[in-house]
Design a binder for this molecule. Structure first.
Ligand SMILES: *[C@@H]1O[C@H](CO)[C@@H](O)[C@H](O)[C@H]1NC(C)=O
Ligand SMILES: *[C@@H]1O[C@H](CO)[C@@H](O)[C@H](O)[C@H]1NC(C)=O
Ligand SMILES: *[C@@H]1O[C@H](CO)[C@@H](O)[C@H](O)[C@H]1NC(C)=O
Ligand SMILES: *[C@@H]1O[C@H](CO)[C@@H](O)[C@H](O)[C@H]1NC(C)=O
Length: 401
């Protein structure tokens, strides 16, 4: 009884401290590490602000032991805004303004501080970079009329955050990994080589995209839905100047360098491509966008792959084939590259604990995602895993909704 009330008191005291020390790390009741937000105060002078003009932010948990000089930076994801209207609405919520973001973020999966959940990176310095620009950290322009002011400053946010982290130890990094999921995975392609060039020449620097390999493919109605969407995004947010120069000068349509399949061959830093072959986001928004299914024939299949009919499965196999085609050169020729393309219906597998590293997490050739990424990063083993086609994989955690 006395012990119980003592523990209650301790718990209450910790909670109070969490509330008071806004920037302090807090381990809440469920044992999940929650890390407080750091606003980048100097960013405003560099014009590096969120859509609404608020300061950009990150969450940093310091490394320790053998990981004290190693750095993992993770871009947060969360779609894009490609029109003035959608960006204006975004600027009023957490995807476009740090004013509306949660101040504490759970650090799980690749961000976890527990060796049992994150065997290779748990004791590194780990940073979650918040996403508030709507263009995968790559725009640099603004919009203003009498009523609305919108900042498209993702490129500057990237730079301001790196400049803020360099004196905190990033500038002395021995090992570093730039990763991200979805729109954040896409952001890694834009900044990977720039990241390398800002770190010490002696550092080992690598990059990883999780669910960021958005394909330049036609949808089931044969329209270029994905291409049109990203083209309007590049135009609105002034992204073209951030795209790889070698890529844009080589392509007839420079804006296509927004797609990883065209940009990747020009990136010199070692890469890891983590993606499902039937990415849930691309399936719903790019392969079979609502405009191609006004009758609702895909409705069930979009919710649960085991309800797809044989024709739909054939179409989805076609998209898997497109994915494998797009990474074929990388699979063949990249000596330092790694990949993990599993045949699951999911989106983002590194920042969720049960897909990154757990007793029943997804495997290809009996290897879990955290193991494949670790093998690749530390050169322990070749890590280029491609799964057999659906429905052969019984280890998937399918998440279509
Ligand atoms: C400013 O731009 C927004 C977004 O395009 C538009 O909705 C609004 O009507 C414009 N306001 C004026 C005064 O032109
Ligand atoms: C990296 O990008 C920033 C802009 O975001 C630029 O100012 C800087 O010069 C780049 N660094 C190198 C070494 O290219
Ligand atoms: C990009 O272009 C520059 C200048 O032509 C060249 O030195 C460099 O090797 C190229 N990089 C890649 C990865 O092709
Ligand atoms: C998907 O459909 C199958 C077949 O009807 C069913 O057994 C399964 O429970 C469904 N899965 C989900 C996640 O609803």
């Amino acid at each position: 009884m006395r012990l119980a009330s003592f523990l209650f008191f301790v718990g209450f005291a910790v909670l109070l401290m969490c509330v008071q020390w806004r920037s302090v790390v807090c381990a809440m009741g469920d044992d999940t590490l929650r890390v407080g937000m750091t606003l980048v105060r100097d960013a405003a002078f560099q014009g590096a602000v969120c859509l609404d003009g608020s300061l950009p932010a990150y969450h940093l948990h310091m490394g320790f032991g053998s990981g004290a000089n190693n750095w993992l930076l993770q871009f947060e994801g969360g779609g894009w805004c490609n029109t003035l209207d959608s960006c204006y609405h975004r600027s009023l919520e957490r995807r476009g303004s740090t004013k509306y973001m949660a101040r504490y973020e759970p650090f799980i999966g690749i961000l976890s501080n527990k060796a049992s959940q994150n065997p290779d990176f748990y004791n590194w310095n780990r940073v979650k970079i918040r996403y508030c620009d709507g263009a995968s950290f790559a725009g640099d322009t603004m919009f203003q009329n009498d009523t609305v002011k919108l900042y498209f400053r993702g490129q500057r946010i990237w730079h301001a955050i790196i400049l803020d982290l360099l004196p905190k130890g990033l500038g002395r990094a021995e090992k570093a990994l730039l990763s991200g999921c979805s729109a954040g995975g896409l952001a890694t392609f834009f900044h990977c080589d720039n990241f390398t060039s800002m770190l010490p020449k002696t550092a080992t620097v690598k990059c990883m995209s999780d669910a960021g390999f958005f394909l330049d493919v036609r949808d089931v109605g044969l329209s270029h839905t994905a291409r049109a969407f990203y083209e309007s995004l590049v135009d609105l947010q002034g992204v073209e100047q951030s795209l790889d120069r070698n890529c844009t000068s080589a392509r007839y349509y420079p804006k296509q360098c927004f797609f990883p399949q065209y940009a990747l061959p020009y990136i010199r830093t070692p890469y890891f491509i983590l993606n499902t072959a039937y990415d849930a986001y691309q399936f719903h928004h790019h392969f079979v966008p609502p405009s191609t299914d006004l009758q609702g024939h895909w409705r069930q299949c979009k919710l649960n792959a085991s309800l797809c009919n044989p024709v739909q499965i054939d179409i989805l196999q076609g998209y898997r084939y497109e994915m494998l085609k797009a990474v074929a050169f990388f699979y063949e020729y990249s000596k330092q590259g790694g990949m993990f393309i599993n045949s699951c219906f999911a989106h983002c597998q590194s920042e969720i604990q049960d897909t990154w590293f757990a007793s029943d997490s997804p495997r290809v050739h009996n290897k879990k995602i955290a193991e494949a990424v670790g093998d690749w990063y530390f050169d322990r083993n070749v890590a280029k895993e491609i799964d057999c086609a659906y429905p052969c994989d019984t280890t998937c955690h399918n998440r279509l909704i």
